[in-house]
Design a protein around this ligand. Sequence first.
Ligand code: SF4
Length: 305
Amino acid sequence: MKTERLRLIDDYLRQTFQGKIRKISIDIGATCPNRDGSKGVGGCIFCSEQGSGSRNTWSQPDMVAQIEKGFNSFQKHYPDEKFIAYFQAFTPTYVPPARLQQAIELIACDERLSGFVISSRSDTLNSKVIDILQKKRGISLLWLELGLQSISQVSLDWMNRKESVEDFEKAMDLCRSHAIPVVAHIILGAPGEGSDHLRRTAHYLNQSGVWGLKIHQLHAIKGTRLFRLYQSGQWHPYLLHQFLDDIILFLENLRPEIVIHRLVADERKKTGIFHNGEELVKEVVYRELIREIEARDSFQGKAII
Ligand code: SF4
């Protein structure tokens, strides 16, 4: 998707690294403190069984095999593009430090990889983890993704996050003091979060020091607790016009320097956003979003500059 009206990650990477970057997903066998009982059980209400399908075991040959598999599936289609490792399954910073260190050493030794990204929970970041990341600052690309999801504790409790805004702020302090760029994950569409909440969320992120942002619409994946709430009529997913109103308002209040890594999440091409009774795919939502942004002469930061 191309537009001058938003600061999108693909444009940033193209300008900075003269090309597109593909992510090779690596599972280092992490579990999650919100599933194993140390913080909670059952996980966040939107977390799918696939997330929980992460293996609790890990070995070096296994990770090498994952990297090779990623290259094999990507390289024939994108031979000229750059690649990074993406640690995403569950809570990768929840593994024993030695395992994280070993995994990162493997990435750093592989000349085909330009860096790595770790997506994790704020409450599992500590100085040991930061020390491990800090040692690899020399590689060209590294950022951390942290799930803030909402600035409302009521919403976080409803989502069964077992985490707080203070956890996020502590993790931000650690990352800032070590100059590690952070991409926050934020969810739009929790019950009761209206326009005023969207503005406050954007303003909060503007002063938080985040480098980037991944936006997810709340959507119910089969098998999750959220899906059961949807089936029983206790929670309603976005209609397209509601989603467009919310995300445009949010983006207009977001600093134009914040790099947007995602606007719409999808699960096997479905977004959980509906129009005329039909569930839309990501491409359709993107197309409608860009069309609407242009029709309203909207752009990132419009309301705050
Ligand atoms: S913190 Fe992440 S992995 Fe853990 S339950 Fe929530 S969404 Fe799933």
